[in-house]
Ligand binder design. Structure first.
Ligand SMILES: CC(C)(COP(=O)(O)OP(=O)(O)OC[C@H]1O[C@@H](n2cnc3c(N)ncnc32)[C@H](O)[C@@H]1OP(=O)(O)O)[C@@H](O)C(=O)NCCC(=O)NCCS
Length: 167
């Protein structure tokens, strides 16, 4: 099993893998069937969406795990600047390991690859957003020494901002 940087030619395979992981997640929280969700909304999901992929490809901080020529895991990250008092912050957007290949240390190696490269690029901190009930992901991050400071974040959806009548 090889961990290597993400390449343009990986797009189709990593898209498929990421969507499979997103579907797995949504099947637990959404009542709607995946097939019934709007296609344009689904197209914009994830680090491998048309809009996001180039950013993660060019960051030098995204990796895939390859086994016998097949992609079995991927992680997407980029460097952000001057956030949370950090000059250089690695932002881990998403990671996924094919369900058949889980618990073999692949997620660990992928996240470690991001940390190693982030360190080389001068990162002060690594930020990874984890859903509160995602125990495998929480345990993986803890194993690598991440701490959770219980910071809650507030989000505001800027779509249709003018129609929202914020005074
Ligand atoms: C989270 C995920 C990436 C972990 O990948 P993985 O390759 O299975 O993880 P690893 O085998 O490297 O596990 C490393 C450590 O993480 C923890 N861990 C991983 N999966 C776990 C699970 N199901 N239950 C408890 N701990 C788990 C363990 O501490 C494990 O070390 P150990 O096997 O020596 O006990 C994978 O489960 C996945 O793709 N899930 C769906 C997508 C997702 O949730 N992505 C994360 C978004 S933030």
């Amino acid at each position: 099993m090889e961990i290597r940087p993400l390449k343009l030619r990986d797009l189709e395979n990593v898209r498929e893998l990421e969507i499979a992981c997103i579907r797995e997640y949504f099947s637990e929280i959404l009542e709607n069937k995946w097939e019934d969700l709007p296609q344009d909304w689904k197209d914009n999901l994830g680090s491998t969406s048309k809009k996001a992929f180039k950013t993660y490809l060019s960051s030098g901080l995204s990796f895939v795990a390859e086994e016998d020529g097949e992609i079995v895991g991927c992680i997407f990250a980029q460097m952000l600047h001057n956030i949370y008092d950090a000059e250089n912050m690695v932002w881990v957007d998403n990671m996924c390991v094919h369900s058949y290949f889980r618990r073999l240390g692949i997620g660990y190696k992928l996240l470690k690859a991001v940390m190693d490269e982030g360190h080389k690029q001068g990162a002060n901190i690594v930020h990874s957003a984890i859903q509160p009930k995602n125990q495998p992901s929480i345990m993986l991050h803890k194993k690598l020494g991440f701490f959770m400071d219980r910071r809650d974040i507030a989000l505001f959806d800027m779509n249709d901002y003018n129609k929202k009548n914020v005074l």
